[in-house]
Design a protein around this ligand. Structure first.
Ligand code: SAM
Length: 363
């Protein structure tokens, strides 16, 4: 989105909920605190490639964040998203927020040291490497313990919200829109949703907020992350968490109504992406939907392309560049699925796929 000549920052700020603004300001503060204590992104003298695409300025980033908040509000008004709590945090929340913030800042010193040393295999002792694909055994984002400890699982959501200055939850929940549309006239008690690479369960929580009676399956390779996911929204009665690889989902053919992969594909090599796409297609029922939500790809918002070039320099993301060029629509078409909806939500793209009427290969 190019900066609109009619964009009125003051007016946009006035019309955005206080809770959303407080959230953005808080996580922007976390971001500033962590980069103030951090060293440079690269070692002195180390040559890095400069971003090739255009870089947005702060004003257009703020515009994009406020547009996301406005979009969320509008989607709630249209019944395409469940309401969310938009009130600013109350005093009782303060000790919890400060404790999280302290843990995040303390950990970010370790992340910075790893970034500077380009240390990407600093994983907890006792990991059995045979349980995981090789590409997984690394410190994505240079994060402590990779995905493989309780400490990492406890910090993950906070780190992601900080990286996206408080907009990650707003972006992710737009993955619900195609599901809510598809649910019109259907009974959630008879439906099953599987979130592949569910992480700490944020998207499953979004689904539970919209459809508490829908059965949920969470799949992930990280046992500590699954543990966090299991603890969220305990009122969901029909829920199963399975430690498994997305390339070999232990579910029967055509057994779920919705299958999602949220922020998974940018962390996979292309071969693994292809296998996961085939698995998503395999497990979804004939009238079901696949939701793939992930980072923007090159050209989705041309004025943001430089950010996509920059991201894998500051954060260990060895497969990100290939993600930005991956033909997701072609990949799903090879599995008999066609694109039915695309949404851009700030730095995230959500694609919904339905089975083609004349089924193709692999369907
Ligand atoms: C960037 S996180 C996204 C987590 C979650 N979907 C979210 O929206 O926050 C990536 C997740 O994918 C999981 N993961 C990565 N590769 C996987 C694979 N091949 N099979 C299953 N899970 C995988 C990781 O353990 C991690 O929880």
């Amino acid at each position: 989105m190019n900066e609109s000549p009619t964009f009125d920052l003051a007016k946009s700020l006035r019309t955005t909920d206080l809770g959303v603004l407080a959230r953005i300001a808080w996580f922007a503060g976390q971001y500033v605190m962590s980069i103030r204590q951090a060293g440079p992104l690269v070692r002195p003298g180390e040559q890095i490639e400069r971003p090739k695409g255009p870089m947005p300025n702060w004003r257009s980033l703020i515009q994009s964040m406020l547009a996301l908040a406005a979009d969320d509000r509008e989607l709630v008004a249209q019944g395409l998203l469940p309401p969310m709590d938009r009130s600013p945090p109350n005093l009782a929340d303060v000790p919890r927020l400060l404790a999280k913030s302290r843990a995040y800042i303390t950990d970010s010193k370790k992340v910075d040291a790893r970034r500077l040393n380009r240390e990407i295999s600093d994983l907890p002792d006792g990991i059995n490497p045979d349980r995981y694909p090789k590409y997984y055994l690394r410190n994505f984002h240079f994060q402590t313990d990779g995905y493989l400890s309780d400490e990492s699982a406890a910090l993950y959501d906070w780190q992601v919200e900080t990286l996206f200055t408080g907009t990650a939850a707003l972006m992710r929940r737009q993955g619900l829109v195609p599901i809510i549309r598809a649910m019109a006239g259907r009974d959630p008690r008879t439906m099953i949703m599987a979130d592949i690479a569910c992480g700490t369960g944020s998207f499953l929580e979004n689904v539970a907020d919209a459809f508490p009676a829908m059965a949920q399956i969470g799949i992930d390779l990280s046992r500590p992350y699954l543990k966090q996911a299991q603890a969220r929204r305990p009122q969901v009665r029909r829920r199963l968490m399975i430690e498994a690889q997305a390339e070999a989902i232990p579910l029967a053919d055509r057994s779920v109504d919705f299958a999602s992969a949220v922020y998974l594909f940018h962390e996979l090599p292309q071969g693994a992406r292809e296998r996961v796409a085939a698995e998503l297609a395999r497990i979804v029922r004939p009238d079901g939907l696949i939701i793939i939500a992930d980072a923007l790809q090159t050209g989705d918002r041309p004025d943001f392309d430089g950010l996509l070039d920059l991201f894998p320099i500051g954060f260990h993301e060895p497969f990100f560049e290939s993600w930005t060029k991956c033909d997701v629509v072609g990949m799903m078409a090879r599995n008999g699925f066609k694109l039915v909806e695309t949404r851009l939500a700030h730095l995230t793209k959500i694609c919904a796929f339905a089975r083609c009427a004349i089924t193709g290969q692999g369907s």
